[in-house]
Design a protein around this ligand. Sequence first.
Ligand code: P6P
Length: 336
Amino acid sequence: MSKISLTRYLVEQQRVDGHIPSQLRLLIEVVARACKRISHAVNKGALGDVLGTAGSENVQGEVQKKLDIIANEVLIEANEWGGHLAAMASEEMDGIYLVPNRYPQGEYLLLFDPLDGSSNIDVNVSIGTIFSVLKKPEDHAGVSEQDFLQCGNRQVAAGYCVYGPQTTLVLTVGDGVAMFTLDREQGSFFLTQENVRIPEDTREFAINMSNVRHWDAPVKRYIDECLAGKEGPRGKDFNMRWVASMVADVHRILTRGGIFMYPWDKREPDKPGKLRLMYEANPMGWLIEQAGGAATDARQRILDIQPQKLHERVSVVLGSKNEVERVTRYHTEASK
Ligand code: P6P
């Protein structure tokens, strides 16, 4: 069977169900090309003088790695001239980035975490780029930060690229999830899986166990039951994985099931969680749902949350449907 390139897949999907207007197809192909360049820089590692910190902090107050900044610049430069975007937002930038006036303005808004999992860069563990696409509201001219504050259920495309043993682009436009693996000899992404489905049950949970003393009771109840294994209330043994790169943990869950949790904890009680809503939880939540899984903030569907701020954080529970529903049920029971 001849290999189907990302370009051919997008053209044929557009022919089938019209989900991918030409400007959105251009956007996805430009993001894919930017991810290819980021993958190249990541793969060079120490040989490319791209490791280590950049000596600066991002809007989250986190130390920026050189590759965080490189990845952000690659995505900005790749997307600003194409005429498909009105503006961009990134974990690495305080405010939105308006497409310069010298370029045509488009109808889409692009949000991204240019390099998620950067604490893993220097130790050669998988990292990734996460992106989310919204339509610019048409009821007014110009674009502001307010235009980005749309619920995740308004996304028109979402995906990530994981830089691991393979460089794989995972994408949804609302008609299921497809995976494309980079063929470095040809420099193109080729379809390697479509109609991805997550098993509704799992024996594998992903959470940072070092925070156990800080968790809320329902989280502790759920994890204790998993740890109790066959002799406990779940009647089966569980396994644990925690890569500390959301992209890698989500990719494993899309590939073989599982539940991923980054819940609220007592360390920073004023923050709802560590992960960001707009460019981590929303795109990942939509991908998981499109593959038959569920994604909540432990109480409500992530995609229904009305954002108040561009960089707001959220508690995240996502993956195999029945497990996510159990965790969410434990939280609603505890609230009564
Ligand atoms: P911790 C990476 O920094 C990240 O934002 C996610 O990719 C990852 O799931 C999480 O934080 C890891 O957090 O507290 O375990 O280092």
